[in-house]
Design a protein around this ligand. Sequence first.
Ligand code: GTQ
Ligand code: FE2
Length: 368
Amino acid sequence: MTPAPPSPVVLEVLDAPGQPPVTSELRDLYDGFERELLVPLWTEIGELMPLSPTPAAIPHVWRWNRLRELAAMAGDLVPVGRGGERRAIALANPGLGGAPFATPTLWAAIQYLNPGEDAPVHRHTQNAFRFVLEGEGVWTVVDGDPVAMRRGDFLLTPGWHFHGHHNQSSTPMSWLDGLDIPFVHAMGSGFFEDGPETVADRSTPRISRSERLWAHPGLLPVAGSQSRPSSPIAAYRWEHTDAALTQQLVLEEEGHAGVVEPGHAAVRFSNPTNGGDVMPTMRAEMHRLLAGVRTAPVREVGSAVWQIFDGEGTVEVGGQAQQVGPGDLVAIPSWTWLSFEAASGLDLFRFTDAPIFERLHADRRETR
Ligand code: GTQ
Ligand code: FE2
């Protein structure tokens, strides 16, 4: 390949204050850099080492009405099966060049399954969860354990666990998938393996074996209670999440501690074997705001995706305010100011890549 001549940008940098006059020797130097695939720091430093993060991702809101409509169209037109694996439609952040990434680390998609359909069994190193905004009737079978999906439930498929989904009801069902696909893609750590094309265990228990073993408050089975990288709880049920949020706010009313800030309750889904996040790369939380509450603006290192679960309000992100309602999804880039204002009571689900940055001691957080 013939090397391209120094780009106008580089020539402009060479003409910049503090740089020597552009002589033919200097041009030869830059030609040499280019030919040998070398880049000097001094032409890149502002971009590479900014004073504070300058994420490529852009704050963006996706409307649930449109997602659901398009997912239903896909349900009519696009089969689900081996190869394509899932009828999942990913949010593509407008700052990330058309890649199916909600943020540089996080995948968020709406998945749709018709009555009687199976999404084939597979496993991958990417960590995954499901969050259910509406509907029921699908069981996700995780390492052979059938897990019912219902409104408000948060379900885990940690990396390298076999999983397939099947719709046992007479209505289509859709839900939110969250995965660390973009992170795994960037890091070159993705592995994938097929399992059977259909789900073997078609039983429909209300609760999974995983929950029967692990989901009793404050109680671990003694056999197998050592720390695990991912939570062994396959489903965090809405009734528990709802009760925890309700009690935080009742306690606040009674004058006791527990809420994040006045009128703002929040819980984090946690790994009972070590008290940490549910999976190594992703954090998940549910927040509840009383009507009229405006949260203190926060910015954090790392990115997030929020989904409005219930209620109406306003999200203000990066200085722009937008009305949001049930199902709407919002991508929050790193180090971007964020605040919510609840018009009605507002329940919000969010997931983030915070565990990555905390593990690397690169986490920072600021409130205003
Ligand atoms: O349901 O197993 O949205 O493997 C992307 C990749 C869902 C899944 C997605 C997946 C799945
Ligand atoms: Fe999967």
